[in-house]
Ligand binder design. Structure first.
Ligand code: GDP
Length: 353
């Protein structure tokens, strides 16, 4: 999972670590062979005055003064912004390839410079320090509010969750997974076939409901989804069902009125949780999807298809933009392939190199 993003982060960590090691090697060399290093340093800076350097070397007092200054400078050298900037020059473009939005990689880059510039780094701990700096930055991006779904459901029954997302994001499958997950936790669920637009969507949700053994409330194709969800809520109230999980039509280019439809669903039914389902493979378009649905207000996000995702950047990008809890992540086509998002586990996986 996320091998591509992992590779990109590993590369940058290695480059910074390498630079730090170069600094250390120079320090060791200047302690062992000060004359040679000092000569190199002088020539490196002013190659065109090689002859004069010879003269300087003859002048013992001038040379030793210069030597003292250079040795001190080398021994005091730490990573600087000037060391880090060229390493991180193409960072944004590299991470863009892993679906990390430009603003996000820019933030990571600035965080790294801020964290590592002038830092005292013990020999042998270079990699650890650099990886820790990356972790700190990513952890900040994923510092999102949390939702304790099970506690929320216990507080308000029936608890209405409305799911929205682009076509094919895995919305219907995810609703079935969440219903199955909650059923296993001892909650009762009903599904609402609120996608009355896409052909076969009602049959699809019915099939899922049958497999996981929960009821589904439906009307005909073309019916008002707000009304279908309203019916499902009334059904849940009457039958004392804990959770209503409502499907909605996916965004597609032929469904221009979707936003109005979603606003009506929200106005009429006042969901307890508006859940955006995002296919993590969507790449950089994930940001546009998040912006689009945020117009009606997103309360939580679920990312799907992590099992087939090499990149992983969409999670960082959408989180940075929306700053909303990641409720679940889905990593497969089976009903069991769903779990609560665990930031530490995510970071450990990403930084295990
Ligand atoms: P919807 O149009 O958003 O309702 O999407 P569907 O629920 O119909 O899912 C679209 C496709 O994605 C189906 O083939 C699902 O089996 C597949 N899918 C959904 N979630 C996952 C997941 O986490 N991993 C994988 N590999 N496939 C998934």
């Amino acid at each position: 999972m996320f091998d591509f993003l992992k590779k990109k982060l590993k590369e940058v960590a290695e480059k910074i670590t390498g630079k730090q090691k170069e600094i250390e090697e120079e320090k060791e060399k200047i302690v062992k062979e000060p004359e040679i290093v000092v000569k190199e340093k002088i020539e490196e800076k002013i190659p065109e005055i090689k002859e004069e350097v010879k003269e300087i070397k003859k002048d013992k007092s001038l040379f030793s003064k210069l030597k003292e200054k250079i040795v001190k400078k080398v021994l005091e050298k730490k990573l600087t912004r000037e060391d880090l900037e060229p390493i991180l020059e193409n960072f944004e473009v590299e991470l863009l390839e892993a679906d990390v939005a430009f603003e996000v990689s820019e933030k990571i880059k600035n965080d790294l410079i801020k964290e590592l510039e002038g830092k005292e780094i013990r020999k042998g701990s270079e990699k650890e320090v650099v990886v820790e700096a990356i972790r700190k930055s990513l952890s900040g991006i994923l510092d999102l509010p949390k939702i304790n779904l099970e506690e929320e459901i216990k507080k308000k029954k029936p608890y209405l969750m409305v799911f929205f997302g682009f076509n094919g994001s895995g919305k219907t499958t995810t609703i079935a997974k969440v219903a199955n997950f909650l059923t296993k936790k001892g909650f009762t669920c009903v599904l609402a076939a609120g996608d009355t637009f896409r052909a076969a969507s009602i049959e699809q949700i019915e099939e899922h409901a049958k497999k996981i053994g929960v009821p589904v409330i439906k009307q005909k194709y073309g019916a008002d989804p707000a009304a279908v969800i309203f019916d499902a809520r009334k059904y849940a109230e009457a039958k004392k069902i804990d959770v209503v999980l409502a499907d909605t039509a996916g965004r597609s280019y032929t469904n221009e009125n979707l936003m109005e439809e979603l606003k009506k669903i929200v106005r009429v039914n006042k969901p307890d949780l508006k859940v955006l389902v995002i296919d993590s493979l969507t790449g950089n378009d994930a940001i546009n999807q998040a912006k689009f649905f945020n117009e009606i207000g997103v309360d939580a996000v679920i990312f799907t298809k992590l099992d087939v995702n090499e990149k992983g950047g969409a999670i960082l990008s959408v989180s940075y933009l929306l700053k909303k809890p990641i409720l679940f992540i889905c990593d497969g086509q089976k009903y069991e392939d769903i779990k609560y998002f665990d930031k530490e586990e995510f970071l450990n996986n990403l930084l295990s190199f």
